[in-house]
Design a protein around this ligand. Structure first.
Ligand code: FAD
Ligand code: FMN
Length: 579
């Protein structure tokens, strides 16, 4: 206990100090104690260094890890910003992607903050899958860990922010202490993320003080209206770019909009398709329900016909929805995915009341994304899309994807609602930088936008495009435009791979290998590389070709080639828009 002149000195110091300074002193003293300082001559090294550096109390905070799980870069960008602000405040936080994170490390953490998005149908982003699986397959004990999760998502998806919710729930189950409530964010995530940042930083700044910290938390289930901006457009053009005889159908769709649509090259357009008319009719017929009956579901009140046509997902239901259907209809149904119409055929509902219950558990139709193929500067007032009619096999027959077929069949003059999905991880570099674009098939879409933008803004960087499809005569998408870009010098090079025009299949990665020397010279000279189109196998084959080129042309070991590409990624010089 302090007495006499020591107490007086302390009281004077406190009286002359601001609230923040008192908090600092408190943290400083706590730091001294926790570092073993007992009599003024002890080892208060950490805190003393902190004072010497003019840093704040937070240097006494133990290990702070800021981890991100991202697919398109939003979570990474946010976490990097958080780390930068934390650093400025003297909080020495470690920034790490969950793909790099050692999955067995959580028990070694003191403070663990995770920013993670949800992908697919409520799945973790690919780079975070190992971490996600590990924490779901193992029971950890983390009683000393303090944590919080910021979940990125999109309210238009049925499983909104599912991955963030899952991670939050697992850490809670491991006995870790949630120091800031889980924050879910829609596509306009900035304001919500900022609020979470402030709470986390406030927590970290005050965590070493002896006064209990009251961290403001959001009211449970607090609902915020989505700030997502929806646009109403009109289909002006819808043409098939493939010629007669092609195995493919690729639609060039132009949409006009009365108001200015805010987007940049590299962004995508998000659209919610309608269900097929004949399927809706079949469901109405199978259930006998009144099409005009108004029903209130979690997200929408509308007639049965409107719900089935525009709002509810009736295609290829997730097994969780099939399970709920089984409970409502009191039938044994195997763990499977199925179209609603098939469920109704095989496991009929008893009556219309039962079907009304089923309508209430169906998730909403998920939006589909399409890379925008127009440029804001070159195509004023219009948005262009390049949509491949998606086909797949089911029950031994060829089927077509819901949205791509819906879009391909939209007549000119149809009204269409959409929103913009920003892709911050797929952006043109400064005008004087060289770019290499690899985009077979519909992968051409963002590069048509890049080229039109660079053309109309007079960008001085060189542009090299690798395009591929099946046949030159039927499948050379945007042939005239691309050849014009070559004639006018906008495209420095174009390399084409038509896989089925000769006995051996030739793909874009083969063309890249043929041009290995010059390609590496561009890359080593600072060019930016972009890949767009199918994730599997195209983007993987292209990446392997790139690694081979870097290894052979750069005289590097395999490991060094991987590091080289990793470094390019970190510098935003290697970006993908793949699906
Ligand atoms: C960032 C991004 C950009 C994109 N850009 C483009 C672009 O520019 N151009 C483009 O064409 N596409 C693009 N896509 C892909 C596009 O978003 C859609 O994924 C694609 O059009 C397929 O959607 P769909 O609704 O037609 O197919 P869906 O109906 O969603 O079918 C998708 C898959 O679901 C399964 N499935 C569906 N129904 C059944 C069933 N009854 N039985 C069994 N399996 C079933 C099949 O495996 C099928 O392949 C992009 C995607 C992303 C993420
Ligand atoms: C193909 C695709 C599927 C998605 N699925 C979901 C989903 O099921 N639930 C959700 O809340 N958000 C979903 N999203 C939205 C993303 O989580 C959101 O765009 C997020 O900001 C992406 O962050 P990232 O760039 O860090 O990956 C999906 C996005 C894409 C492109």
């Amino acid at each position: 206990m302090l007495t006499g002149h020591k107490l007086k000195a302390l009281q004077e110091l406190i009286a002359a100090s601001s609230k923040e300074e008192i908090a600092w002193i408190n943290g400083y003293l706590t730091g001294l104690v926790s570092n073993g300082h007992s009599n003024g001559n002890g080892n208060g090294h950490a805190a003393a260094t902190a004072v010497g550096n003019g840093q704040s109390i937070a240097t006494t905070v133990k290990k702070v890890t800021l981890a991100f799980g991202t697919e398109t870069g939003n979570a990474k960008k946010l976490t990097t910003n958080l780390a930068a602000v934390a650093k400025k405040k003297g909080i020495n936080a470690k920034l790490i992607g969950l793909d790099q994170y050692k999955i067995t490390d959580p028990p070694k953490e003191d403070y663990f903050f995770v920013i993670i998005s949800t992908q697919g149908e409520g799945e973790p982003p690919l780079p975070a899958k190992k971490f996600y699986d590990y924490i779901h397959e193992n029971q950890l004990s983390l009683p000393d860990l303090k944590y919080s999760v910021l979940a990125l998502g999109d309210t238009s998806y049925p499983l909104y922010c599912k991955t963030g919710e899952d991670v939050d729930a697992r850490f809670d189950g491991f006995g870790a202490k949630r120091v800031v409530d889980l924050q879910k964010c829609d596509v306009d995530y900035e304001a919500d993320a900022q609020q979470w940042f402030e709470k986390v930083l406030q927590y970290l700044e005050t965590t070493t003080t002896s006064t209990p910290v009251v961290v403001p938390t959001a009211a449970p289930n607090e609902k915020k209206a989505s700030g997502k901006k929806y646009y109403n457009g009109l289909v002006n053009t819808n043409i098939n770019l493939n010629d007669r005889g092609s195995n493919k159908q690729t639609f060039h769709i132009e949409i006009s909009c009365d108001e200015k649509v805010e987007y940049e090259p590299g962004d995508a357009l998000a659209i919610i398709p309608e269900n097929k008319k004949w399927v809706v009719e079949k469901i109405l017929q199978l259930t006998g329900i009144d099409r005009g009956l108004e029903i209130q579901t979690a997200k929408k009140t509308a007639t049965v016909e409107q719900l089935l046509t525009k709002h509810l997902n009736i295609c290829y239901l997730l097994s969780s929805a099939v399970k709920k259907y089984a409970t409502i209809t009191q039938q044994e149904i195997p763990d499977t995915r199925m179209d609603l119409v098939d469920l109704l055929r095989i496991y009929p509902v008893k009556n219309t009341e039962q079907f009304a219950e089923v309508l209430k558990i169906l998730p909403s139709i998920a939006p589909r994304l399409y890379s925008i193929s127009s440029s804001p500067n070159a195509h004023d007032g219009e948005i262009h899309l390049t949509v491949g009619k998606h086909s797949f096999q089911a029950k031994n027959e060829e089927r077509f994807g819901l949205c791509s077929e819906f879009l391909g069949e939209l007549p000119v003059g149809t009204a269409i609602t959409f929103y913009i999905h920003k892709n911050r991880a797929f952006k043109l570099p400064a005008a004087d930088k060289d770019i290499i674009m690899i985009g077979p098939g519909t992968g051409v879409a963002p590069f048509r936008s890049f080229l039109a933008e660079r053309d109309s803004t007079g960008a001085s960087g060189k542009n090299w495009f690798f395009f591929g499809e099946q046949h030159f005569t039927t499948d050379f998408l945007y042939q005239t435009e691309l050849q014009n870009f070559v004639s006018t010098g906008v495209l420095t090079y174009i390399d084409l791979a038509f896989s089925r025009d000769q006995a051996d299949k030739i793909y874009v990665q083969h063309r890249m290998l043929q041009k290995a020397k010059e390609l590496f010279a561009w890359i080593d000279n600072g060019a930016y590389i972009y890949i767009s189109g199918t994730k599997d196998p195209m983007s993987k084959d292209v990446e392997n070709a790139l690694l081979k080129i870097i290894e052979e042309q750069g005289n590097k070991s395999k490991e060094d080639a991987v590091k080289y590409l990793e470094k390019m990624k970190d510098e935003n010089r290697y970006e993908k828009d793949v699906y």
